[in-house]
Write a protein that binds this ligand. Structure first.
Ligand code: ALA
Length: 496
């Protein structure tokens, strides 16, 4: 059955040599770590921390970050092995094509499309909220603010970044480095200035007793967490369970370290650089997040943090207005890089899928001058701009989380499968304690998924059903693998 066929790893690599479909290979380990931190620190910490503390976990949101980080570290260890064994574009999609067969690869690819498209849209909404915070005048509530009808600034920033993405990776990476530096600087500024004004009384109770929380300012409706239904508990927030609900939301703050894997084809020494980039950026972000959330909930009582720009609000509430403005400015710069990198990750996954003909091949054309997959970038940018303009932040973030967690589950299983099916394959990085670590990764990711609401689950299942329909009616018959067509690179760089 073709759906179970896997694509030989060697073919994955040789497919990248097809003329007209090559990306430029010039990223280093440092570029990757910057890239990782660049995409990772974003709306998750700048917006969702406050909202999740106020509506799910209270000051214990710091523990939620630790829970989410553990799941990410476990999945990251699996990601790093697959990324170093199958160093080509397309991330988990490509890895699974070589390990779990075409159908699972399609499911993961489709899932990543969800992650990157909605992720970009969600972050653009965070960007828009900090812009409102910073502007000296007020924009009408219908076009900007906590819950606008059409989020105009969010759509505009996506349009501008689409142009940047089309102009090319190296340019984007440099642009990225500068903005990442600004972003890390403002996070450190928030911590340093904030620490001078925290009040220990705000941390008590650290784990608020279970109660009904107010609705998040950034959300319409995400439903009751599935785990609560399974346990037959009342639909209350906070309490011990609240730490899990919070973790399932702030998991969003970690998304991005996996995007590094999508650049494998553009990395100079993927075997060494990918694991460094993935695990290094994850470690840096975890430390920063835990400290930021402790400081934020120490500056202002958690019940007051239900705000679209909670960092600025927490500083202002303590008379630290200048720091609040600087943080907002830095957040704007920082969020810009996240949108950009998510859009680039998206382009690369779609690029790999269309090169394999699971999607129309014409999409994968590389621009002759910029060497970027420009058709895909244009398409992606347009879709993201429309979504960010119309959908609320938490609906987007939760959907991104469930999709990403599901991809992590499949990737973790993929590591174990590949160890069995291709023990000979060279792996610059080997996940320790296989199959224990992959098994724990699966459990941790499933746990976080269960902490998401019923509406999020329905939306996710609907997206997956659409994906399966597209696969069975389009990709299954047309893919290179199904048609038996190989793309063999010849010495002169021409495909045969
Ligand atoms: N991790 C990214 C953010 O928090 C997606 O914005």
């Amino acid at each position: 059955m073709s759906v179970l066929k896997t694509k030989p790893v060697e073919q994955c690599i040789s497919d990248t040599e097809v003329e007209g479909h090559q990306l430029r290979r010039d990223l280093s380990a440092l570029d990757l770590t910057v890239f990782g931190v660049g995409v990772t620190i974003g709306t998750g910490i700048f917006v969702l921390t406050g909202v999740a503390a106020a509506t799910k976990a209270g000051p214990a949101i710091a523990l939620s970050f630790v829970v989410a980080a553990v799941a990410c570290a476990l999945a990251g260890l699996c990601y790093a092995e697959l990324a170093s064994a199958v160093p080509v574009a397309g991330s988990a999609y490509t890895f699974s094509y070589a390990t779990l067969g075409e159908l699972i690869a399609w499911i993961i690819g489709w899932d990543l499309v969800l992650e990157f498209t909605l992720g970009g849209a969600a972050v653009a909404k965070g960007w828009s909220k900090y812009l409102v915070e910073l502007l000296p005048f007020t924009l009408p509530a219908s076009i900007a603010g906590d819950s606008p009808t059409v989020d105009v600034p969010a759509a505009l920033v996506v349009a501008a970044l689409t142009v940047v993405a089309i102009l090319g990776v190296k340019f984007s990476a440099r642009f990225n480095s500068l903005l990442v530096a600004v972003k890390v600087a403002v996070v450190l500024l928030f911590i340093a200035v904030g620490l001078t004004a925290v009040k220990a009384s705000n941390w008590s109770p650290f784990i608020p007793p279970a109660a009904k929380a107010p609705k998040a300012v950034t959300a319409v409706e995400t439903g009751t967490p599935v785990i609560q239904l399974l346990l037959g508990q009342e639909p209350l927030d906070y309490g011990l369970l609240g730490i899990g609900f919070g973790a399932a939301i702030v998991f969003f703050a970690f998304i991005g370290f996996d995007v590094i894997a999508t650049t494998a084809e553009e990395v100079r020494r993927p075997q060494r650089d990918l694991p460094i980039g993935i695990l290094g950026s994850l470690a840096i972000c975890t430390v920063l997040y835990v400290i930021v959330s402790v400081v934020m909930t120490g500056l202002l009582r958690y019940t007051e943090l239900n705000d679209a720009a909670p960092m600025a609000k927490a500083l202002k509430a303590n008379g630290l207005d200048l720091a609040a403005s600087l943080v907002s400015l830095g957040a704007l710069a920082g969020l810009t890089t996240v949108i950009l990198v998510l859009m680039m990750g998206q382009a690369r996954v779609l690029f790999a899928m269309s090169r394999d003909r699971l999607l129309p091949e014409g999409l994968a054309k590389v621009h002759p001058t910029f060497r970027t997959p420009w058709i895909i970038s244009l398409l992606t940018g347009t879709v993201i701009a429309v979504i960010t303009a119309l959908v609320d932040l938490e609906t987007l973030a939760d959907l991104v989380n469930i999709g990403t967690l599901f991809a992590f589950v499949l990737v973790s299983i993929g590591v174990v499968v590949l160890r069995r099916t291709r023990p000979d394959l060279q792996r610059a990085f080997r996940t320790p304690a296989v199959p224990l670590i992959p098994a724990l990764a699966v459990v941790a990711c499933l746990f976080l998924m269960l902490n998401l609401g019923t509406h999020t689950w329905y939306r996710f299942l609907a997206w997956m059903v659409i994906g399966l329909v597209v696969y069975f009616f389009y990709g299954r018959r047309r893919s290179r693998l199904a048609t038996g067509e190989k793309t063999v690179a010849t010495g002169d760089g021409q495909a045969r």
